[in-house]
Design a protein around this ligand. Sequence first.
Ligand SMILES: Cc1cc2nc3c(=O)[nH]c(=O)nc-3n(C[C@H](O)[C@H](O)[C@H](O)COP(=O)(O)O)c2cc1C
Length: 349
Amino acid sequence: MNSIFTTKNIKNLKIKNRIVVPPMVCFSFGGQDGFVTEENIHHYEGMARGGSGLIIVEATAVNKKGRLSKDQLGIWDDKYIDGLSKIVEVCHKNDSKVFIQLHHAGLRTSKSINEDTITSSDYDNGKVRARTMTKDEIHSIQQDFLDGAIRAEKAGFDGIEIHGAHSYLLTQFFSSKVNKRTDEYGGSLENRTRIASEIIENIEGKVNPNFIVGIRMGCNENDLETSIAMAKVFEDVGVDYLHVSTGFDNTPINIELPKDFPCNWIVYGGTKVKENVTIPVITVNSIKIKEQIKYLLDNDLVDFVAVGRGQLADHDFVNHIRDENYIDECLSCSPCKWFSDGRNCPRYE
Ligand SMILES: Cc1cc2nc3c(=O)[nH]c(=O)nc-3n(C[C@H](O)[C@H](O)[C@H](O)COP(=O)(O)O)c2cc1C
């Protein structure tokens, strides 16, 4: 049997195949002030029809003041539950499980949203400045993540993914390049990850035991070895899966890839994390063809493979693999036009 189309559980949740739609913001589709629009619903319906077993809905703001833009989806108030539940409905109707990514941008918050940007400790790289969060602010944002998770459950999502990757708030704590705190939220790895560990623990006491709680994290935070240790911290605290990408920055891990490895260092980092934990691991980045996916799954190197731009370019990516049809490959436009306006993607219909 084709390994791609075997089922796999994340805790008690059965996923029908091994391909995941990773979280991808579609800024131009969102309404002002974070409401789900018809275009968002249509977009996720298309992705779900395409056949992926799991869809992780884009980075959604847990706090109004920590957004990337005004049209980023929001989950900081109960008034968003109704719109989000419509995304859940179209995914479930098409037999895809669906999680939502919970996000705070920290020092990457747009100045048009909030001038008073916050992060783990005072930050100034000449272009971006942010100030140290007080402990009360840390606890308040942890509460925002918890409230977001509870709202996600109310909206019908099968789980949530905590955004602990790609330079956003939580990586600003994980990374010793940024986090210079001297209290219990800085210093050792245990301390730098504490903000997320406490969020995970808080959520687990408040949601249904079958509700999935995962985290996206880097394999280069600041190096592979530390990232593996971080993965184990999250596993020990009870997270249900790990989605391995990049951390605070894109510095590659210092490792030589095996000659026959058909993917890049980020994917390789995911496979190394997988070797060291027992919970399911999703790997991602520039995976575009069936042969790469099969290599990763047939060799049991990961549990799930996320294909982002490949599925934006061809929503039927998974069905086409199943039916052995032609795939409209992502053209790797640089930078991907979806970051600003998804309608500019040459493959957009
Ligand atoms: C348009 C676009 C939006 C993205 N938005 C998010 C996001 O909301 N959250 C996140 O963790 N990653 C985001 N990413 C990163 C993707 O999830 C993924 O890691 C990245 O595109 C690499 O995978 P790919 O080569 O399969 O596209 C985004 C990527 C793209 C192209």
